[in-house]
Design a protein around this ligand. Sequence first.
Ligand code: NAD
Ligand code: MN
Length: 489
Amino acid sequence: MSSKIKPLKYHEKLNFSPSLENTDSLSLKKEYQLFINGRFQKPLSNKYFASINPANENKIAMVAQANEKDVDLAVKAARNSYESHWSKTPPKERAKYIYRIARIIQEKAKELAILETLDGGKPIRESRDIDIPLAAAHFFYYAGWADKLDYAFPNRNPKPLGVVGQIIPWNFPLMMAAWKIAPALATGNTVVLKPAESTSLTALKLAEIIQEADLPDGVVNIITGPGSTGEMIVNHPDIDKIAFTGSTEVGKTIMRSISSTSKKSTMELGGKAANIIFEDAPLDQAVEGVINGIYFNQGHVCCAGSRLFVQESVYELILRKLKDRMQSLVVGDPLDKNTDIGAINSKQQLSTINNYIDIGKKEGADIFQLSCDLPAKGYWCPPTLFTNVSQSHRIAKEEIFGPVLAVQTFRTTEEVITKANNTPFGLSAGVWTDKGSKVFNLTSKLRAGVIWANTYNKFDPTSPFGGYKESGHGREGGLHGLSPYLNIE
Ligand code: NAD
Ligand code: MN
């Protein structure tokens, strides 16, 4: 059968001249301090760590490493501002500050996008068009809720929790900070937030924005450091809630640590999403969605469509189109506006991904990779797909968090539902079909928090996001994202 299908060549790789974003306008500091009680303060630890650019391994800046005493100062500042004024600030006033933060993010959008790309390795097109606009949109959206909580929860007397500890990952640094801080402020809580150690810079830029917005001292504290700093936040006795986004493994550790306390939690953890193509789907659109689903942001996406299920009748055709489209992807300098695939976020993450690629080969799956030149320095992984994959393969079961797709086939709807649900995760899924009835049938049976139909990786602040099973609990975004920050009678 395959011999009858001609190469499609509907996507040729075009040789654009480089179009590099200019970094001259960035005002980078050599050393970044902790943001505690409205001021930038040197860490009591006296320790700093380097934040590097994963695209060339150059050091960008040194970042303060908070120790137990620093964490305690941040929590005390948050508690003090909560008790003395923030919990008493009229909701309408809270909203004004949040709107202000949103507007300043918009004003500084270009600078933030460049910094996000420099520090994290994602293509500038994504930072510019997705991360930063969505971060601003999140603040705008939750600003709107601040004075409407009694309408959101009628007759239930919603009250803030107090001081919340928030710990975020490196894949959408500013956007994740926005997802955490905006609803917490709208509901009247104060915050101690820790970004991931490889991507602290946009969170610290956000601290400057918060200063500029004149948010009262101590309402938001941003402290930096590795996992051990995160642990200190989790275990601090004066924290009322932990909001965590990161790996399932660390999420479980945090759940164990807080199990004997009254701390509340929301957990946004890992995923292994099924992206399902039926034979009646708009195939070119589906291929584009698969590419976006797994290669977007180098696959550093918890809801990445990392398992592709294709109905047998269109398998050969889809595979051909997919490989063709992969060949047209541009891997390279994240600051180049033509780049589709940027750098892997860290050396450690690259070795995790490469390890899984080796596992896939050893398990007997067939590998296909984009053939392209990779830069000599930095951390790179070409878009990769595996065929001849079975349900028991580790590459089909475990989260890789990189640009690696495992392709399987199916014949019937029942079969693909069983296969798609055969995972400990349950964050997201995608369905591609021409039939609305099929979409509704699948969305009611797939065990995933977010299901996209004929699209993929679309985010909006009004829409709740979160998982089932080992993908975590609680929702962020939308009306649903308010209640985890409130005591409701
Ligand atoms: P990670 O769990 O290693 O780290 C996440 C954050 O937790 C970092 O800030 C880290 O410093 C901190 N941390 C590490 N150990 C800790 C501990 N013992 N106590 C407290 N904090 C600790 O995850 P990562 O490698 O940064 O991110 C990748 C993972 O995040 C993937 O598994 C991905 O699926 C998940 N993720 C999930 C979502 C979601 O919304 N569900 C979004 C993005 C990423
Ligand atoms: Mn970095």
